[in-house]
Ligand binder design. Sequence first.
Ligand code: NAP
Length: 305
Amino acid sequence: MSTTWHILGAGSLGTLWAARLARAGVPVRLILRDKVRLASYQAAPGLTLVEQGVAHTYPVIGETPDSPQPIRRLLVACKAYDAQSAIAQLQHRLAPDVELILLQNGLGSQDAVAAQLPQARCIFASSTEGAFRDGDWRVVFAGHGYTWLGDASHPTPALWLDDLQAAGIPHEWSTDILTRLWRKLALNCAINPLTVLYQCRNGELQAHQCEVATLCAELAQLLEYCGQPAAAADLQHEVERVIHATAANYSSMYQDVANARRTEISYLLGYACQAATRHQLNLPHLQQLQVRLVEQLLARGLPHD
Ligand code: NAP
C-alpha cells in the first residue's frame, strides 16, 4: 500500500492535486480547517474538478487537523501567510520521516516551515499550473503548466514522483529549485504590483516599458547580490515576453485585490525589499514600488503584510 498523501488546504491547488491523485487511485486525505468546514465538505459529494468544461467529482476522504492518523507525506496547499500556522496544528501527527511538499508562491514561507520542522524533509515546488475556485469544493483547471520540485539541501529526487506520473501531474525534479523560485519571484515583482497600481491587465504594462525596465535592472542586481546569478540572466527580456504572452490576463495579485482578498505581498515584493535591506543594497524604484503598493492596499482596507 503506498503512502497516503495528506493534503492541507482544499483550495484551488490543493483540490487540483487531490482530485488528480485520487483519480489515479493514489490514497489521499484532505485536511480541512475545522469541524464546520468538514461538515460542509461532507454534505457535498466530494471534490469537483472542472477540466475543459467537463466536471468530475472525486469522493476524497476529509478530516480535521485533530484526526488521529499519522502523516508521512503532506502537501501544503495553503497560502504562504497561512502555511506555518496550518502546519503547527498538525505537528503532533507528523511522523519522524515526514516529507512536506510546499506549493507556496514566493519565498520566505518555505524557510520558515523548514525551521519550524528541522527533522522533516521539505520539498519546495514552483508551479505554472493555474486553477481557481468557482464554488465550494469545486475547482476549475484554468491553465495547464508544469511543476518543478526540489530539495535545496538534498539533491536526491523524492521517491514518490511515480505517484505524480500516475496522476498525470506534469513535473520535473529540479536541482536548482531556489533559482526557479527566485526567478519566478523576480517576474512577479516586475509585473504584479504594477498591474495593481495601474489597475490593468498584464499586456497594458507595455505602455510602462521604462518603469518595467528600471525594475528589472534593480531586481537583477538584487538576484546577483543574493547569490542567484542564473535567476538574473536576461530578466528584462523574459519579463517582456511574459507580459506579451499573458497580455489578456489579470495577474494573481490584481485578482486578489479586485476580490478584496489578502495578497501574498510579504512573500513576493516584501521579501525582495527585505533581502535588499539585508544586503544594504539601495534599490529606490523597488522600494518605492512597495510603498505605493502598501498605500494602495491600505486605501482598500486590505492587509499590507
Ligand atoms: P486558495 O484557493 O486560497 O486555497 C488555500 C486553502 O488553504 C483554502 O482552502 C483554505 O481554507 C486553506 N487553509 C488555510 N488555512 C488552513 C488551515 N489552518 N487548515 C486547513 N486549511 C487551511 O489558494 P491557492 O490559489 O490554492 O494557492 C495556494 C498557494 O499556491 C499560494 O501560495 C499560491 O500563490 C500558490 N499558487 C496558486 C496557483 C493557482 O492557480 N491557484 C498557481 C501557482 C501557485 P478555506 O477554504 O477554509 O479558506
